[in-house]
Design a protein around this ligand. Structure first.
Ligand SMILES: Cc1cc2nc3c(=O)[nH]c(=O)nc-3n(C[C@H](O)[C@H](O)[C@H](O)COP(=O)(O)O)c2cc1C
Length: 331
């Protein structure tokens, strides 16, 4: 079976985790994955430090910019900035349940306001089209919030977005409870309901649907792809990044790079970052899980955690961590 669509395999937007360094590293493991930024609010895009918030290395491409916001004109202006900076997709966050997000009227609480979301999508597409930017506008949502009906309310929500022209939807296959659960609990406690997402694909066969939530293993992916168009991995990709190489191999036949080889390819990037005044730990914190499950992985992780913050730390710390791990393997 061949998988041709751009969203077959995606790595989820994750605040504080999927920054540019993380994405650069993930790209070394998976040439085909679609990578997502952390959520950036429209206020930050329009008024913040753009290089810090939106800067990325061309080698990360294709990268989707995830926006948080609700006001159509602000979404439109932010989407245009994102496209002009070279992002391959603009994704609207309709799934984040944090209090901060609710008070700003964006994220998961927008599942109650499908008409407003649709207006935002229309405004973004119009701004992009007017500037001849052929960049898709997508949505990432949940299957519901609070006491919303997972079938009828979700179907109505999706129908409204499809009527406004939506073509690509990512669905985190669990509800969000907007009161009483922390964002972390909202990623663990509401039960996963993959069947609901599969049913959505049957109801909207023209819509490209990407399923997300609790997918931890490359072997589980082909099963999902019998029902939907793509899968998105979040925490598993972060904690066990080699799952990216395994998935890349399973879906696209790409040879799996040796883990050491991945780090070797990261070296010039680390050197350049440090030469610009950056710190090793900005990058090294994302590679802690690379050897997960391998003999000596704990030694590697511990060495790196203990040394990457030290003044003057450079790529040599990663080499030493590898050496410490290899000595344990040889013992
Ligand atoms: C640390 C962390 C930060 C997250 N930040 C975002 C975010 O900025 N935008 C978003 O849409 N989802 C965010 N999520 C949710 C993930 O994108 C994903 O939907 C969720 O983790 C479920 O997928 P998983 O089970 O594969 O991790 C975050 C998740 C984690 C663990």
């Amino acid at each position: 079976m061949t998988y041709a669509n751009a969203h077959t395999f995606c790595v989820a937007p994750m605040m504080d985790w999927t920054d540019r360094h993380c994405r650069f590293f993930h790209r070394l493991l998976s040439p085909h994955a679609r990578l997502y930024t952390e959520m950036v609010t429209t206020g930050a895009v329009l008024h913040g430090d753009r290089e810090r918030l939106l800067g990325f290395d061309r080698a990360e491409a294709p990268v989707a910019l995830q926006l948080g916001g609700h006001e159509p004109a602000e979404l439109a202006a932010s989407a245009l900035i994102g496209a002009q900076l070279g992002f391959a997709e603009i994704n609207l966050n309709v799934g984040c349940p944090s209090d901060r997000v609710q008070s700003g009227r964006f994220g998961a609480c927008l599942m109650r306001e499908p008409a407003l979301v649709a207006q935002g999508l229309v405004a973004m597409r119009a701004a992009l089209a007017a500037a001849s930017q052929a960049v898709p506008v997508t949505v990432k949502c949940r299957i519901g919030v609070d006491d919303q009906d997972e079938h009828e309310d979700l179907r109505h929500f999706v129908q409204t977005l499809v009527d406004s022209g939506l073509q690509i939807l990512i669905v985190h296959a669990r509800k969000a409870w907007l009161h009483g659960l922390s964002p972390k609990e909202n990623r663990e406690i509401p039960p996963l309901n993959y069947a609901r997402v599969y049913a959505l694909k049957r109801e909207f066969p023209q819509l490209c649907i990407v399923i997300n939530g609790g997918i931890a293993d490359a072997n589980a992916i082909p099963g999902h792809l019998q029902h939907v168009d793509g899968v998105m991995l979040g925490r598993a990709a972060y904690h066990d990044p080699y799952v990216l190489a395994r998935t890349e191999h399973a879906l696209f036949g790409t040879p799996m790079p040796a883990r050491d080889e991945v780090l070797r390819r990261l070296e010039p990037y680390v050197d350049a970052h440090i030469a610009r005044g950056g710190a090793l730990h900005h990058i090294a914190r994302h590679v802690l899980g690379l050897y997960l499950g391998m003999p000596g992985a704990r030694i590697y992780r511990r060495y790196l955690s203990e040394h990457m913050h030290r003044p003057g730390a450079d790529f040599g710390v990663i080499e030493n961590a590898l050496r410490a791990m290899q000595m344990r393997q040889a013992a």
